[in-house]
Design a protein around this ligand. Sequence first.
Ligand SMILES: [Zn+2]
Length: 118
Amino acid sequence: MSSHVWCHGPKCHTYSTQDRVRGSKGNKVLRTRKVKQHTTSQWYNPNNFYNYFCSNSCYNEFANAHVQQIIRIAPRTEPLETKIEDPVRKKHTHNYSFGEHSWYSTTIKKVDEESNVG
Ligand SMILES: [Zn+2]
């Protein structure tokens, strides 16, 4: 794999930042940013979108421009569900000089699907 890819943001080349300025005097342009590929690094993950976009803005603009095509890749026609145990609601109370303050927490525990097989 090449050591960089061009940012896929459709408007990357329109942002006025110094690092995008290229070309010789009298013939300057704003150019799409390169995104360095750290393919030899242990932490490199080919599925991280930051390998293909220089910023969140460029990613969002790409997603907004192509959202209809993107959702056709994996359409969601029904909701997904994650099995959980009955949520446990707990009251917490603290006594302060000015009075009592209480709040509730709810613990939601996912059911371990693996152990429920069979
Ligand atoms: Zn970009």
